[in-house]
Design a protein around this ligand. Structure first.
Ligand SMILES: [Mn+2]
Length: 360
């Protein structure tokens, strides 16, 4: 595996490339052209400039998170082919710049959903949190307003204000789309983009839905083992792969995370590893990466990734806000750096243990 950190670009991120370069073992960034609207073509010059900037800091671009998929594609609207053509052009431009990993999601309307961006934990850190009761009490159009006061002046990915202005139209677009239609629309999209992925050796890595169930009555399909295996088989090409995200699949305690990793051998191109703490089955908050701070066994997660021979980029996922840092919620420097160091430590212990066991 290669340890990486997500970075939103110098215009948007409070964390600098110089800081990332100083986290032990972090060699690359997962980045994006954050100001691109879904459906727009990423031109090669812009990608090239981003790459140069990252490389001048002594790092490399390990992958893109995300190239967002336009809602017309997800909803199967009549104009979807135009947006798929643009997506294909973007993938080709990324391939020409020697970038071979693209994370995306297929969640209608909302990206990830949280009901609090700064819940205070017993240690005084603040974290993102979710309660089903709070979601049930909200109207989707007020979801954004209810949390926007806690964003520390940053723009949250997937929650861009201009998108939220059109939320009613978006709900109308999905009125006829159930889970089966969403699967069919995903298949259509994947079948159209696989040739360019084959040409440029681009691994597509679908991010699971977060939380891993339907919110506001919208369809959600990338939620569990059965569905993700269906998705990888329906377009059976190794470039049609997966972002394994422990914090998203893990929102549903019925998902056995190490088992899920093992069942996806060969198709996990990218991993997000973080921990959650459940207060009740429908009320969880993000925790430090350390196993004992939350409900997941991080050793077992890393061991499963090791056992399947995972070689792709991995990143600590959301971090807590600690040490008075002011940053995009979930994306400060300090706790993610602690997470990277911890995950690197687990990996070193697992790999040396396995090598020693072979020698005996
Ligand atoms: Mn994730």
């Amino acid at each position: 595996m290669q340890m990486t950190l997500r970075w939103y670009g110098s215009e948007f991120d409070t964390v600098t490339l110089k800081q990332i370069r100083q986290i032990p073992g972090v060699t690359g960034v997962i980045t994006t052209l954050y100001d691109m609207a879904p459906g727009e073509v990423w031109n090669q010059e812009k990608i090239h400039a981003l790459k140069e900037e990252v490389e001048q800091a002594g790092l490399h671009i390990a992958g893109i998170e995300s190239v967002n998929v336009h809602d017309a594609i997800k909803a199967g609207a009549p104009d979807r082919d135009r947006y798929i053509d643009n997506y294909i052009e973007t993938l080709a431009n990324l391939g020409r710049e020697d970038i071979h990993l693209v994370c995306y999601n297929f969640m209608p309307v909302f990206d990830w959903t949280r009901t609090e961006l700064a819940r205070i934990r017993p240690d005084g850190s603040t974290v993102l949190a979710y309660t089903q009761e709070a979601v049930d009490a909200l109207k989707p159009e007020t979801m954004f307003d209810s949390i926007s006061g806690d964003t520390n002046g940053t723009v949250m990915p997937g929650w861009e204000p201009d998108r939220m202005e059109h939320i009613k139209e978006l709900f109308t677009l999905y009125r006829q789309v159930d889970n089966e239609k969403l699967f069919a629309n995903l298949q259509y999209f994947l079948e159209r983009i696989m040739p360019v992925c084959d040409d440029y050796d681009i691994d597509m890595a679908i991010h699971p839905d977060d939380p891993a169930w339907s919110v506001f009555g919208l369809p959600r399909i990338i939620t569990n083992k059965e569905n993700i295996l269906r998705m990888t088989k329906m377009v059976d090409n190794p470039h049609n792969g997966v972002t394994f995200c422990s914090g998203s699949y893990g929102t549903n305690p019925e998902n056995d995370l190490p088992d899920l990793i093992r069942s996806l051998k060969g198709r996990i191109h990218f991993a997000h590893v973080r921990n959650l703490k459940f207060i009740t089955p429908t009320n969880f908050e993000e925790a430090a990466h350390l196993s004992s701070d939350g409900n997941f066994d991080m050793y077992e997660i890393m061991k499963a990734l090791y056992d399947i021979g995972f070689v792709g980029p991995i990143r600590p996922d959301h971090g807590r806000m600690i040490w008075d840092e002011v940053a995009m919620p979930g994306y400060g420097l300090y706790d993610r750096a602690l997470g990277a160091a911890y995950l690197n430590g687990l990996w070193e212990a697992i790999s040396k243990g396995a090598q020693r066991a072979k020698c005996i």
